[in-house]
Design a protein around this ligand. Sequence first.
Ligand code: NAD
Length: 357
Amino acid sequence: MVYNVTLIPGDGTGPEITEATKRVVEATGVKIKWEEVECGEGAMKKHGTPLPPYVLDSIRKNKVALKGPITTPIGTGFRSVNVALRHELDLYACLRPCKSYPGVRSKYKDIDLVVVRENTEDLYLGIEFAPGSEEAKAIRGFSKGKIKESAAISIKPISPEASKKIVKFAFDYAVGHKRKKVTAICKANIMKFTDGLFYDAAREVARQYSGRVEYEERLIDNMCMQLVQKPELYDVLVLPNLYGDILSDLCAGLVGGLGVAPGANFGDNGALFEAVHGSAPKYTGQNKVNPTAVILSAQLMLEHLGETEAAAKLERAVADVIREGKRVTYDLGGTAGTSQMGDAIIEKLAKAKQPVH
Ligand code: NAD
């Protein structure tokens, strides 16, 4: 079987990393027909938009995409293409497994956490009003003077539909991957309506899994400390969008940093696989950064395609290369470049294919 997959090389170091990843995936033996499309800075220059419609059409058609990181200029320029892709394709669930691999420098070992982040609402909807705008004035009126006249305002919508959907995703993931516990995390003691609603939705869903998967709740501030002190107590974590974004970076830090943190975004009609890290623009063209996070995202993609054996083989090959530490990138204490680390993983995959005598 040949799978059609949309490939977005991305900006900055993205093209170097996705090139190495493509070769590694091909070395697993899984047949993939890559449909390469451009979005981000390059597309902006060529087409006047960072997200041309053909990119969305390609992903809608193929239903699976692998993406390199895309640069979002701060303050000016276009809004985040990453956020727009998730929104346009209704990729409501963001999955970020954080696992320790021996050989990665970290203060912790044996971490095995999965962060499930809601992707479609919360402060990421981008409903923001500038200071002094008519909307800001109107909202200030409702606040009975609590909001300063000089303040900018962002709106945080949280719906029961999206909250139940993401919590159900987390529980289904837990059941499918033999996980024991789901922890719902927010700040409901302060945001009683929005985050309170998230907890209500989570409790309703949790009841349907009672006896199969344990359920508990934590406040986000406490959770940050708990994860630093006792990460072994946790398993699958489910959060609204903004808290999920922040906590997944914290969890990436527990396992040794962004270079080894993969991710996936799922919707009812498609899935997009990408690393947690950004385009690391200062290293562009230097063949320097770690391809592991995108390669492990591709491993999640193989699992999603039902190629579980190839996915497991790929993870073992990555783990072996990291454990040996001979051909790894600078962030893992080595001197190998992006493509050389890819080559090392390909060699491990080739050896795994040879019969054992
Ligand atoms: P970044 O993740 O690109 O880089 C921060 C630092 O982390 C780098 O300078 C580097 O030291 C290290 N790093 C990141 N990836 C690495 C890798 N693969 N190997 C080794 N070291 C690595 O974060 P940033 O500098 O804040 O963001 C750069 C751009 O990426 C911004 O425009 C941002 O908006 C964008 N971004 C995109 C995505 C995405 O496409 N999903 C995610 C996050 C940030």
